[in-house]
Ligand binder design. Structure first.
Ligand SMILES: NC(=O)c1ccc[n+]([C@@H]2O[C@H](COP(=O)([O-])OP(=O)(O)OC[C@H]3O[C@@H](n4cnc5c(N)ncnc54)[C@H](O)[C@@H]3O)[C@@H](O)[C@H]2O)c1
Length: 305
């Protein structure tokens, strides 16, 4: 039995608490959040321990697995502590807010032989797995990726790294996965036209990104923090004599639901895969994607008008 602790208990942390309970090999022993009321409420709900002091949880050496689901601004702090203590780690995306620190982090993970997973759970979502299966080894020539959110919170976006790290991360990763290559040229037009509060906090609410990949494929991304219909997410893959459209594989009644409902099963599948595999998963993919986020951010300065 792997005794576990979840750090950060908002929506995403609570999904992980519930999933740890569903996996036979794991036990949810502790939860931790800086918000005392939330901490108490969730520890009661899941019948596990909590503490006002994270270091006191670390004193319990029997806790082997930590899930980091606190804001991205805090990931580096927890990662450093947990790596030094040689814990098993599931870290929500993105890894940290500073991609210059990724090499050092990667080295520490390797030196300390840490088993780690970065939460790229969209790869485990049914519609995308199905698309990948249908695609087989065929080449995607063009992909269009649209993600428009409904009622996005600007402060949450900012503390999780802004439009590209918070929203873009999964989609840049999915593009690499479907196209089976890495981007070499990136052009971005990013604005805060649809939501003024994003402009006030120096985040973008809208962006169009074009990427040319090393294998010649082209991917266009359209991101927005505004959508009247509800949360919209659609991926279309075009190749020689084929079009694969994600709308065909999402259940119709959840097409405009939020991401946690749309991809509900993917969180459990990703965590389970990590628990039962005897190795690190999705770390290099997470690092690559983080670098892409930084390149996209840089390209906003070059291509804006
Ligand atoms: N995989 C996915 O689909 C997905 C979806 C959404 C968010 N995320 C990621 O999950 C992480 C959490 O995102 P969120 O939107 O739930 O964040 P959030 O900003 O809403 O905060 C999460 C929780 O962490 C708590 N918290 C704040 N500071 C803390 C600290 N120092 N230590 C412990 N807890 C602290 C807050 O009180 C809150 O309850 C982010 O890294 C985000 O990018 C992943």
């Amino acid at each position: 039995m792997i005794k576990s602790c979840v750090i950060g208990l908002s929506k995403i942390g609570q999904i992980h608490c519930s999933n740890l309970k569903k996996i036979k090999k794991t036990k949810l022993s502790y939860v931790f959040d800086v918000d005392p009321d939330l901490r108490k409420k969730i520890s009661k709900k899941y019948n596990c321990l909590s503490s006002s002091n994270f270091n006191s949880i670390l004193k319990d050496k029997s806790i082997k697995l930590f899930i980091i689901a606190s804001p991205t601004t805090t990931h580096e702090y927890y990662l450093t502590k947990l790596i030094n203590l040689k814990k098993m780690i599931y870290c929500e995306k993105p890894i940290s807010l500073d991609s210059n620190k990724l090499n050092l982090l990667k080295k520490k993970i390797a030196v300390n032989k840490i088993k780690i997973c970065i939460g790229l759970n969209r790869r485990y979502s049914y519609p995308y797995l199905k698309m990948k299966k249908i695609l087989k080894n065929r080449k995607v020539k063009i992909a269009q990726i649209i993600s428009r959110s409904f009622k996005a919170n600007v402060n949450q976006s900012v503390r999780n790294g802004g439009l590209f790290m918070d929203k873009g991360f999964h989609f840049f990763d999915l593009a690499n996965w479907f196209v089976n290559s890495m981007p070499k040229n990136i052009k971005t037009i990013a604005k805060s036209i649809s939501r003024k509060e994003f402009l006030d906090k120096k985040d973008f609410s809208d962006a169009i990104i074009n990427m040319k990949f090393n294998n010649g494929s082209v991917v266009e991304f359209i991101f927005s923090r505004s959508s009247r219909l509800g949360h919209e997410e659609r991926i279309k893959l075009f190749g020689n004599n084929f079009v694969i459209d994600s709308n065909k594989y999402f259940r119709k009644n959840i097409l405009y639901e939020n991401f946690d409902i749309k991809h509900k099963d993917s969180y459990l599948k990703c965590l389970k895969d990590f628990i039962y595999k005897d190795k690190t998963i999705l770390l290099s993919e997470g690092i690559q994607t983080q670098r892409i986020c930084s390149s996209v951010l840089k390209s906003t300065q070059k291509n804006n008008f």
